[in-house]
Each structure stands twice: as structure tokens, then as C-alpha cells.
Design a protein around this ligand. Structure first.
Ligand code: CA
Length: 229
């Protein structure tokens, strides 16, 4: 069974999430504080996905997310946010989360996101053939899931990796935001097209010399984006 960390300080929400994860065949690992979450992560290195509440006393969800990524882990991370300001904080700080769910959420909504992220990660793991895609100064290794620019390794989140892979596999092809959303997040993703823009913006900061004047990942006005190299 796949282990999922559930970091949430409100007991009601935590038990509701835990019950629903268990019903869907996951093994939830509970944590009521950021401090406990870090201990549980250490004790369970096979946790494949983390649900992190943003607002917590002490070490908050954003800090836990930052530490998970700082450790080099590529586990899936979904933030549980209470309001729009928190979403801005999550995306604004570029903490490396793959997705977010706004409270109050239904079990169906949360599980759809969890299943989608687990599936995306699984699909990548099955890709065992070592292959490199080269484009300009970039080398994408789809086995190691690494991206290098001019020989320098760039740290990417799951979503950023899937995004750049999509673009590098389709050079010079204009892709609509709808196409990108379906290819990267899956058919059953119920989020907004804005999600694409937010993640493209984050990716540009990592790959472009000047993210305000993108040279590689260019905008196709009124349509979507293109790998322009
Ligand atoms: Ca909370």
C-alpha cells in the first residue's frame, strides 16, 4: 500500500482525510504538527505523497514542503490551503508543491487529486528506457528525470519536469493551455487553466536567463505556449 503523509492540525479534517484515504487503499501516516511530520518522514522514507496543511502553529506546511524538496525528495506534494491568500502564498513562494486543494474540499475532490498525482508519478517510474532529449543548452534525461542547462543540474518539481518534457518532446509546436493541462495533469483534473500559467512561470524562473523575456519557453498569445528553441 502506498504511504501518504497527512499533515493537518485540525483533528476533524485529519480524520476525515485519513478515513477516505484508507477506503481508497492508501496507508495514511498522520501528523498533527510540522515537527511530527518531519519525524514521520524520516521514519518512513517510502512515503510517496504528502498532504500538507499550510496554516499550522510552529513549523508550517510551506516549511515542511521546503525541507522535503531541500532533501532532494521527488515525492508528490499537495498543499491544503484555506483561502485564496494562502494559494498565492503557496505559488508565490515556489515551495515545490505539485498541486493544492482549497478547503473545504469533498473526499471525491481530494482523492481525484491524490490518484492523479500518484498515477503521474507511477507512469514516470515505468519509463525505464534511458533516453536523453537535447535542445539548445538543455539536456533532459527521462530515466534520471534530470534537466541540465549548460551542464548545470536544475532542480525541478514533478510538474515542472512533466511540463518541460512535454515541450522538449514537441519542439517548435504551439500548444494550447487546454492541451498542456490534459497532457500534464490528466483528463480528470478539475483545476483551472491558470494552473498552467502559474507552473510555466515557475519553470521559466528556473530555465530562462531572463524570465521576463523568455527565450526558450515562449508565449503564443491568446493560445498557449511553445518550446521556441
Ligand atoms: Ca491548519
Amino acid at each position: 500500500m502506498k504511504k501518504i503523509l497527512v499533515l493537518e492540525d485540525e483533528t476533524n479534517i485529519r480524520s476525515f482525510v485519513v478515513i477516505n484515504l484508507r477506503r481508497s487503499g492508501y496507508e495514511p501516516i498522520e501528523a498533527e504538527s510540522g515537527e511530527i511530520a518531519l519525524e514521520k518522514l524520516k521514519a518512513n522514507p517510502d512515503i510517496c505523497l504528502a498532504l500538507l496543511d499550510v496554516m499550522l502553529p510552529g513549523i508550517d506546511g510551506i516549511e515542511v514542503c521546503r525541507r522535503i524538496r531541500a532533501s532532494g525528495s521527488k515525492m508528490g506534494i499537495i498543499m491544503l490551503t484555506a483561502k485564496t491568500q494562502e494559494i498565492d502564498k503557496v505559488t508565490g513562494l515556489m515551495t515545490g508543491a505539485d498541486d493544492y486543494v482549497t478547503k473545504p474540499f469533498s473526499p471525491a475532490e481530494l482523492l481525484a487529486r491524490v490518484d492523479a498525482l500518484v498515477r503521474r508519478m507511477g507512469a514516470d517510474e515505468e519509463e525505464k528506457v534511458s533516453s536523453e532529449i537535447k535542445s539548445g543548452p538543455f539536456v533532459l534525461n527521462t530515466r534520471n528525470r534530470t534537466l541540465e542547462k549548460d551542464g548545470q543540474r536544475l532542480k525541478l518539481t514533478q510538474i515542472e519536469y512533466l511540463l518541460i518534457k512535454l515541450f522538449m518532446e514537441n519542439p517548435a509546436k504551439a500548444m494550447s493551455r487546454e492541451d498542456i493541462l490534459t497532457a500534464v495533469w490528466g483528463d480528470d483534473f478539475t483545476g483551472e487553466l491558470k494552473t498552467v500559467d502559474v507552473n510555466i512561470r515557475r519553470l521559466r524562473i528556473k530555465i530562462e536567463d531572463d524570465p521576463t523575456e523568455p527565450e526558450f519557453l515562449t508565449t503564443v498569445w491568446g493560445y498557449g505556449y511553445k518550446w521556441g528553441y
